[in-house]
Design a protein around this ligand. Structure first.
Ligand SMILES: C[S@@+](CC[C@H](N)C(=O)[O-])C[C@H]1O[C@@H](n2cnc3c(N)ncnc32)[C@H](O)[C@@H]1O
Length: 928
């Protein structure tokens, strides 16, 4: 038997976890971003940023034609001729050599030597923290005070603080950002100076194959049919993203990817890595693109991984070979500085059999070769130690001597022995010599080094029924991302995924104590990711230094189980050399096996949900050209088109079988923000809507939506490719009020939650307002096979909530409050119908029990009628009543106290509908 270090036994039965904790990152900080409620006061605009492609890379060397390379080539030749130093000559010659290399060309590439990206700030919309939710529902019993800073990782910033956003730094929290990846990455660079700070970027873009199947339009429906109108996303930003990405098919796809790769590269640290996940269809193009952006010398490898456990992909139905693998293309920012941590797998996990370890040493010391059945796996392996009979000779003939062993003389010629005479006698003492037919061999036990490095072919990553729960149509398996993170980063490092989807990268980064930022342009995946992170449970990996967080590293130990197998994170690496030289064996750290403290149940740390807010039209005359996606001209022509549509369909359904007909629709004279004016005919059939308990309140609200017949009303249209912002509402309400219109109709494809809130607070702005949805089919145009909407404009109600008092359970204690989500009207943009949903039939709703008008801090989060909280419920069953989990899976909050014993406070409820839309409703509560 080999000499063994004193071993620490495998841990005993785990105690039941009783505390939920999360990692924090005390050593990292970030620039403070403004809260969305302070958007109106935000003045720090920046001009768009221009990114230049490396002009030496495009286009081809063609001296006869009109070609930008010619100019550059001639300039470089001139530089060589006039060069004063060898370095100058070499640099120019290298550049010249580069422009003569072959490269991938596509339509539009040569014409575009640079591109502009709007520079937009990121506003914080939500602060989320699983521990804050747990503390909030527990507080009822323990009455401990929540420390917002500790739980949300952020002190509440008041309005004055907001004005100093982007000026000072604060503690780090992880980030989930809604917006186009290019715009968000540019914002990180320009507003936050994050260039060179990201250790790893994982991009899993749409594969550039089919549009329809890339965008999941519903939170709770995973099967997406390509080219089915009903399954087509109706999110305005997504339609825009699609047009940008696929307008010219593969050509625009390549431009889309190259732009993002170029900006992403600037974010990477010198030792950083970028991974792009792609299928076999466009793999070759991605390699070419990345060669261009990163330089061919920074190519690390292409990983091929199995994505499904079976080969039942659609290809199997065709008359060709079926595939079940995808690829990850890995480039380094600078390959010479690359951070790389080897990841290992157990040798015993090898699916391709025992390999060269085809002998066994039985417990009684006998050695025999494995039978054919044992080798092929048809029969179980016998107990004992597997070993390979390794070569004892080496090419270097420095150790040439005759060796007598078991009465026979052995000679290594024509080679030499791998060790000296003394070394050989140590091997013999350790029973490491094996007599083969005419030679001596070295007994290399499999457990001398029980693991083997992973290469670039991963066959153990197939997602199937026994691995990850699938939330999203195009979800990546956690193993794949986890391995990339472990190879390219250390705990505490920053990982970015600009293609969040269901949040696999964030989920895995959180698990392994990495900081993360994730971005998606679509609300549906972000709401899946939000739920996934909030309800996740992870093991607590022991930290080397608690006060440093994961950045101080995890703690690893060597441990063996009863069978003597290595199960800890440190494994010995016994070699012929270590035995022959009587040295302690080298040790390898298995980064994926830190020690686990079983008494702690870990949840995700706090994270912020942020968004870019494109300003559709800029009304400020502040000298900086506004960085919105639409130019004033295109916005104007969009308004003209929409006025025409409104003239042809002037009847607006405002609910309760009532309609408003607009007449004399025309652009107003000298308008600043308003789009049109009209006179109205209002009619009401007198029938009551059927909205359950909420009827009375809803009716009342709708009453003031009916404008007076014959009066002039104002109309403003939201942007073509985005949601109506609160700024647009504010500015147009001010103008409509000043011009004495009686009512303002805000018409859009979508609306931001705080803009919606402003409309409902119309008494504050002095004019009655109504938000009207227009069918997104208007902007989908050729993307749909049929435009079926009979109804183009219609009203969609707000969620109805009820706040009630709950008598305290103990005498003398303060009154408590409880919020019930009664229901909401859900607007179906595909057919403009409105369906009433009960409060317990929405994918998610959240409650802020002390809303400050600036940012939504979720103190309770509900996933009605789902088992979303079940993992936490199981893990913490000793600590929380069953009723807490019933509340979190229903329509009624757990009771809560007035914050800080105040007599007046606001509660806010945010409902996430099936399409990921957010609806915010705020109520003031006065204590008796
Ligand atoms: C293939 S999915 C990523 C899936 C993810 N790896 C997961 O495990 O769920 C690609 C994601 O990129 C998003 N996306 C596409 N174009 C984008 C853009 N321009 N900016 C940001 N996100 C984009 C899509 O909405 C989609 O959620």
């Amino acid at each position: 038997m080999p000499p063994r270090r004193p071993r620490r036994p495998a841990r005993k039965q785990a105690p039941t976890p009783h505390q939920a904790r999360n990692y924090t990152h005390p050593e990292a900080d970030a620039v403070m971003r403004p809260d969305v409620g302070a958007q109106g006061a935000f003045r720090k605009k920046k001009p768009p940023a221009t990114y230049k492609y490396d002009s030496s890379l495009a286009p081809e060397m063609n001296w006869d034609g009109q070609n930008p390379a010619r100019e550059e080539g001639e300039a470089l030749i001139a530089r060589i001729l006039a060069a004063k130093s060898l370095a100058d000559v070499q640099d120019a010659a290298q550049r010249l050599a580069r422009i003569s290399r072959p490269f991938l060309n596509w339509a539009g590439k040569a014409e575009r030597l640079s591109f502009d990206v709007p520079t937009l700030p990121l506003f914080v919309h939500e602060r989320l923290s699983t521990r804050a939710i747990l503390e909030s529902v527990k507080r009822r019993r323990t009455n401990t005070q929540m420390d917002a800073f500790e739980l949300f990782g952020d002190p509440k910033h008041d309005y004055a603080d907001q004005l100093r956003s982007y000026e000072h730094r604060e503690g780090w929290v992880n980030r989930m950002i809604l917006g186009d990846s290019l715009v968000v990455m540019n914002s990180l660079l320009q507003y936050e100076g994050m260039g060179g700070q990201v250790q790893m970027i994982y991009i899993d873009p749409p594969y550039g194959v089919k549009f329809g199947s890339n965008f999941q339009p519903f939170v709770r429906k995973r099967d997406v049919k390509n080219n089915d109108d009903d399954d087509m996303t109706r999110e305005p930003e997504m339609v825009q993203a699609y047009r940008d990405t696929w307008g010219l098919g593969l050509h625009s796809y390549l431009t889309y990817l190259r732009d993002r790769l170029l900006v992403a590269r600037d974010l990477l640290t010198e030792s950083g890595s970028l991974f792009v996940q792609i299928s076999d269809v466009n793999l070759h193009h991605v390699r070419e693109l990345m060669d261009e952006v990163f330089g061919a010398n920074n190519f690390v490898t292409v990983i091929s991984f199995v994505k499904t456990s079976s080969l039942n992909s659609p290809d199997a139905k065709l008359n060709r070979v079926a595939t079940n693998n995808d690829f990850i293309v890995w480039y380094a920012r600078n390959v010479d500085e690359l951070k790389f941590r080897q990841v290992f797998r157990n040798k015993t996990d090898l699916s391709n059999g025992v390999g060269s370890f085809d002998w066994v040493e039985l417990p009684n010391g006998d050695r025999r070769s494995l039978t054919q059945a044992e080798r092929s796996g048809a029969k179980a392996l016998p107990g004992g130690r597997l070993f390979a009979r390794a070569d004892l000779t080496s090419q270097k003939p420095t150790t040439l001597f005759d060796l007598t062993y078991s009465g026979k003389v052995y000679n290594p010629l024509p080679r030499g022995w791998r060790t000296t005479k003394e070394g050989m006698s140590k091997l013999a003492d350790a029973n490491r010599l094996f007599v083969a037919k005419n030679s001596l061999r070295f007994v290399q036990y499999l457990d001398d080094f029980a693991v083997t490095p992973y290469g670039a072919f991963w066959e153990d990553t197939g997602t199937g029924s026994f691995t990850d729960e699938k939330l999203y149509a195009v979800q990546t398996g956690t193993k794949v991302v986890q391995r990339c993170i472990q190879m390219a980063t250390d705990p505490g490092d920053l990982v970015l995924d600009p293609t969040c989807g269901s949040g696999t990268t964030a989920y895995v980064a959180e698990q392994w104590g990495r900081r993360w930022i994730t971005v998606d342009t679509s609300r549906v995946p972000l709401s899946l990711a939000r739920q996934r992170l909030l309800t996740a449970t992870y093991p607590w990996y022991e930290l080397k230094a608690d006060d440093r967080g994961p950045a101080g590293g995890f703690h690893y130990e060597r441990r063996q189980n009863n069978r003597g197998e290595e199960v800890g994170g440190i494994v010995p690496h016994i070699t012929l050399k270590s035995i022959a030289n009587d040295e302690p064996p080298a040790e390898e750290i298995l980064v994926d096996r830190p020690e686990i403290t079983k008494s702690i149940m870990r949840v995700a740390g706090p994270f912020a949900v942020e968004a870019t807010i494109p300003t559709p039209v800029d009304f400020d005359n502040d000298g900086i050209e506004d960085s919105h996606a639409e130019s004033p001209e295109s916005y104007a022509s969009f308004i003209d088109r929409m006025i025409e549509v409104l003239r042809r369909s002037p009847v607006i359904q405002i609910g309760g079988n009532r309609t408003v007909t607009l007449r004399n629709i025309r652009p107003p004279a000298r308008a600043l923000s308003l789009s049109a004016e009209a006179t109205v005919d209002a009619t009401a059939s007198g029938q009551r809507p059927t909205l359950g308990e909420a009827v009375d309140e809803a009716e009342e609200k709708r009453g003031d939506r009916l404008p007076l017949s014959g009066k002039s009303v104002a109309i403003v249209f939201g942007p073509e490719n985005g949601a109506v912002s609160d700024k647009l509402v504010f500015e147009s309400a001010r103008e409509a009020n000043a011009k004495n219109y009686t009512h303002l109709y805000v018409i859009g494809f979508a609306i931001q939650a705080n803009a919606r809130e402003l409309i409902d607070k119309h008494d504050m702005l002095g004019i009655a307002m109504t938000y009207i949805n227009m069918t997104p089919d208007l902007m989908m145009g050729d993307l749909l096979k049929n435009m079926r909407s009979s109804q183009i404009f219609s009203v969609c109600g707000q969620p109805e909530i009820k706040v009630s008092e709950v008598a305290p359970s103990e005498a003398g204690a303060a009154m408590q409050y409880q919020v019930k989500l009664l229901g909401l009207d859900v607007f179906n943009p595909a057919d403009m119908s409105v369906e009433h949903k009960r409060g317990d039939d929405v994918p998610c709703w959240m409650l802020d029990t002390d809303y400050d008008d600036l940012c939504f801090r979720a103190t309770q989060v509900f996933f009605p009628r789902t088992g979303a909280w079940d993992n936490l419920k199981r893990a913490l069953k000793a600590d929380y009543d069953e009723s807490v989990w019933d509340h979190l899976a229903g329509d009624t909050s757990t009771p809560f106290s007035a914050p800080d014993g105040r007599t007046e406070f606001k509660v806010a409820v945010k409902v996430i509908d099936e399409r990921g839309n957010e609806l915010l409703v705020v109520k003031s509560v006065k204590t008796a």
